[in-house]
Design a protein around this ligand. Structure first.
Ligand SMILES: Nc1nc2c(ncn2[C@@H]2O[C@H](COP(=O)(O)OP(=O)(O)OP(=O)(O)O)[C@@H](O)[C@H]2O)c(=O)[nH]1
Ligand SMILES: [Mg+2]
Length: 304
């Protein structure tokens, strides 16, 4: 059988719904999602193999005005991702004004790039005329191959995204095993699931200064003959005062983070999980190149 391959990058401003779209296209939650901007920090690959064709989707961090070295790495990951792909899916939140960041994303496209604009969150729009106006505004900025209004949350329009996406596959070998969903190692996925819970439970600057590493992940059989996955994770934060808040009164916050993470980890890995979380301080790590690299968050440490 002749095989086909297509590389697709998903770009856009922070919080537009890029990771939500990736999860919807892959049909499995492989990228964490939160209501806070700058949730995604590295390029995440999502894979769909259908008959002879493999689709390699790359979710990227939201473009934003970087205030830390980590932010600069995140923006660079986006710039790097738009070269040498078959298709770019640019995602914009239809409820937001066209921003400087949208324009800088559009300026990074070359004239002949295949770019489809996805206007997400149409479930929040009451007057459909507003969608038409947004389409006209974006239309004047770049020659998009298509503009598709969708709602990931309501699963509205995803079929059209697929229909348009499929046009850009070409002959070539598959890059990943046909049954893979992502290239993220299991430890990275586990760490991200824990970070998502912290993003949802904590406020202000704290969640943005969190990094999670999984130090141990191993399976064993317990005395009741059940399979258990032992996971030991370290939650890094930027200040001693943040550490106290992550642990919470009498350990209540850490307990809650642990409980929600364990439930999600058990669902994802389909096995009973025993989770241990430790909290450590790495002063101002988001501005230290060595620490960013050690935590696997620099461009050179992503795995493609
Ligand atoms: N109402 C509505 N909310 C949505 C929709 N799609 C995503 N969201 C919400 O928008 C927020 C951001 O979603 P993400 O998928 O994390 O956005 P992102 O573009 O990956 O964000 P970053 O990784 O921070 O750049 C979350 O709270 C989602 O639940 C949608 O179709 N409608
Ligand atoms: Mg994201």
């Amino acid at each position: 059988m002749d095989t086909k391959i297509e590389f697709i990058t998903i770009v856009g401003c922070a919080n537009a719904g890029k990771s939500s779209l990736l999860n919807s296209l892959v049909g499995e939650k492989i990228a964490i999602v939160s209501s806070k901007p700058q949730t995604t920090r590295t390029r995440i690959t999502g894979l769909v193999t259908e008959n002879e064709t493999q689709y390699v989707f790359m979710d990227t961090p939201g473009v934003h005005k970087a205030k830390t070295k980590l932010g600069e790495h995140m923006n660079k990951a986006v710039k790097d991702s738009v070269t040498d792909v078959d298709l770019i899916l640019m995602v914009a939140d239809v409820t937001k004004k066209v921003s400087d960041n949208d324009i800088s994303i559009i300026n990074s496209f070359k004239k002949n790039d295949n770019v489809i604009l996805i206007l997400n969150k149409i479930d929040l729009i009451k007057d459909k005329e507003d969608i038409a106006l947004k389409i006209a505004e974006f239309n004047s900025k770049y020659d998009f191959k298509a503009i598709i209004p969708i709602s990931v949350i309501q699963n509205d329009g995803i079929d059209i995204v697929w229909e348009e996406t499929k046009k850009y596959a070409s002959d070539g070998p598959h890059y990943f095993p046909d049954d893979s969903l992502t290239d993220q190692p299991e430890r990275v996925l586990a760490g991200e699931i824990i970070r998502e819970k912290i993003l949802n439970l904590m406020h202000d600057e704290i969640p943005h200064g969190i990094a999670v590493t999984v130090e141990e992940m191993s399976e064993r059989v317990n005395k009741n003959n059940e399979d258990i996955l032992d996971i030991s994770a370290v939650i890094y934060c930027e200040r001693e005062s943040h550490k106290g808040m992550i642990i919470g009164k009498g350990g209540a916050m850490l307990k809650q983070i642990g409980k929600l993470s364990r439930e999600d980890l058990e669902h994802f890995f389909e096995i009973k999980v025993n989770l241990q979380c430790w909290v450590k301080v790495k002063e101002d790590w988001r501005n230290k190149e060595g620490l960013i690299r050690n935590l696997g968050l620099s461009n050179n440490s992503t795995n493609m």
